[in-house]
Design a protein around this ligand. Sequence first.
Ligand SMILES: NC(=O)c1ccc[n+]([C@@H]2O[C@H](COP(=O)([O-])OP(=O)(O)OC[C@H]3O[C@@H](n4cnc5c(N)ncnc54)[C@H](O)[C@@H]3O)[C@@H](O)[C@H]2O)c1
Length: 366
Amino acid sequence: MKQVMKIPPRSTRRASSAVRLAIIGTGGMANHHAKMFTQVKGCRMVAACDIDAARARTFAETHGIHHSFDDCAKMLQEVEIDAVSVVTPDAAHMPVTLQCLRAGKHVLCEKPLALNARDAAKMTTAARKAGVVNMVNFSYREWPCIQSAALAVRRGDIGEVRHVEASYLQAWLASKVWGDWRENPTWLWRLSSRHGSKGALGDVGVHIIDYATFPVGPVSELYCRLKTFDKAPGGRIGDYRFDVNDSATLNVEFANGALGVIHTTRWAPGHSNRLALKICGTHGTIDMDSERATDRYRICRGRDLDRSAWKEVHCKPVPNNYTRFITAIRGGHAAEPDFARGMEIQRVLDAAFASDAAHAPVRVRR
Ligand SMILES: NC(=O)c1ccc[n+]([C@@H]2O[C@H](COP(=O)([O-])OP(=O)(O)OC[C@H]3O[C@@H](n4cnc5c(N)ncnc54)[C@H](O)[C@@H]3O)[C@@H](O)[C@H]2O)c1
């Protein structure tokens, strides 16, 4: 059962009026947020905030936003805001989110929700206490293939799940497909624990863990290997020391007894951003690959089983996270994926780091 929502008394928004939104952290991904929120009916972007005042100002100008700030507390005090989108680097998600929750704002927070499950739990508790809509931006939930596949698995279309193969491949350390990572802080902080990064596992591993467990169910135990490869003389560029994982492989057991492998890397030339998932059950297999399509998956089942033949399944479009966030606020109901889900994924991450450190399998806390 989802929690019953109540709109906090501090919000002065009338049910019929537009949701007044602020974007906090105005770097690379924030531009995507702004572009998407502009297209959502019933949403008005009213403020932008970044610790870099000039960046916030330029961002506000670019997206036609009236107010820009370099201090979140000041923004919350001076502008009437109903909701915020937190798009700061990972280490700032918790402090910024808690500050906004204390002010009674609805929060869409970027992934990973926090740096560990304990912090994610604090955020989940605070959001429940505030009684606001809380979502974590697992973006690939927006793909029709994963939503339809999840329904198909739950319906029993492929029988009992026995085996899972999930991977998320990126190429930016081995190419200039997204520009030269050596020259841009947006990539450099992702390589440095001092800048709050948890490596490839924290950055995109969270996506593929969500992607695999959404249709299959939770992971109960895992064995994880993490690796950091040489990429610059002395292992650093300026202030950024390259000490976080570039690659992660997880050998997992799901709570339903299925086995699987989940892996991710930033060293996959030729695959700028590829998510692939294969779910094998007692009566069939579902297979999806974002390089092939995101609005369909293929399935082998029934009469096709003995010929190993596949059929394409075309999937209905689904609303994106930005639309679902605003719709939930306007409707006064909860939306998924919520902070509790973000915390669940964070527990898998915590177990993965513990497993890598111990060179041993670790059970995932539920
Ligand atoms: N859902 C997705 O698919 C997806 C994709 C890309 C990035 N992200 C997430 O979005 C977040 C931002 O990533 P990015 O690539 O835009 O990073 P970025 O470095 O390009 O931008 C981050 C911005 O936040 C600002 N900032 C830092 N601390 C702040 C604070 N306390 N308050 C306000 N502003 C602050 C920085 O000055 C910078 O302008 C990360 O958590 C990342 O994991 C998610």
